[in-house]
Design a protein around this ligand. Sequence first.
Ligand code: NDP
Ligand code: MG
Length: 382
Amino acid sequence: MKTINLLGSTGSIGVQSLDVARARGYKVEALAAFSDVEKIEQQIREFKPEYAALVDEKAADDLKVRVKDTSTKVLSGMEGVAFCGSEAKGEITLNSVVGMAGLGPTIKAIEAGKTIALANKETLVAGGRLVTDLAKKKGVSILPVDSEHSAIFQCLLGKPSNKALKRIILTASGGPFFGKTKEELKNVTLKDALKHPSWSMGQKITIDSATMFNKGLELIEAVWLFDVSPDMIDIVVHRESIVHSLIEYDDNSVIAQLGHPDMRLPIQFALTYPERFESPEKQLDLWEVGNLTFFKPDYENFPCMDICKDAIRVGGLMPAAVNCANEEANLLFRQEKISFNDIPRLIKEASATLKNKLDYVLEDVYNTDILMRETVRKLASS
Ligand code: NDP
Ligand code: MG
């Protein structure tokens, strides 16, 4: 029986991870979230973890009172979350926290030798080499949960040698605004941006999908996960979200992974790897699917993909800078304080002020986070 520590348990990926754990009868040793007391209380009652944590101190105090009849120990703060991922008994730590807040707990979990199932892409984008080097040093596997990276990971199983890989092709749904021009994007609303055509996800990633910043993050995530250069990665818009990504070998053979857009499959594969079992995913009926379509991405009207590709080419702290600037700009858009096209503009302007360092330590990443967020806020209000 697998044992899991689940960080970000009350979110979209967290809840679907618990669906998988329930279906497979896995033991959940720890649950952690930000402040959703009601949902985590229900999860504690069902999964009976040894530990639970909420970042918000007041919410954690409330939770302690609510679950005092259970044997779950309640912790608080980011230290509590990190403890759940590193000290609790789960052999796999599934990190589905949103944003670069997930970085610290990922590092702690790797240091503790836990296998990492990673949904939290911002961890790899902001932490970059610090995370992958540490994982190598500790002999820890980082298994992708993101559907595109799970697809690539699955396509690469049985690859002849690293040299034979020519290209990774990331598929993108294109989000709710595919086909729109910058002019048309000027006045789109938060409500419009939250209407994703194929995936139901948390709000931050849904907005990242609308701006296509999500695909940029995924490009950087792929560079670190698969140890390839950014120029080996192409993006193709695939509206049906059935082909989850592809790889191309030197002989021009292209291998793809297909399935319905249901995150429970990549979550399950990260947890059961290297084995496969029945899953809640509906069987794929190609007659019913009918057509699969592919388009070139629109780099002109959706500049976030190039912002990310340029950032990883530059390297050092630049990927962290664009990620952190995006986290703040994405938040300001969700608070309806800025318009849609302000998001790429603010990321570009803020990251241009970065004094980059090619060799960096964790503290530099956190300082970049603070600086980029402040800069975006200043620029937005000027
Ligand atoms: P949600 O917003 O739905 O959930 C986020 C979760 O993180 C919640 O449990 C939230 O707790 C918790 N959380 C927020 N801040 C902190 C913190 N500082 N410490 C601990 N927990 C925290 O996000 P998603 O599930 O959609 O996304 C999670 C991650 O997975 C993101 O990195 C996203 O990019 C990635 N991902 C998501 C996909 C999806 O289909 N949703 C697909 C591929 C990747 P609370 O509820 O209390 O606020
Ligand atoms: Mg994805």
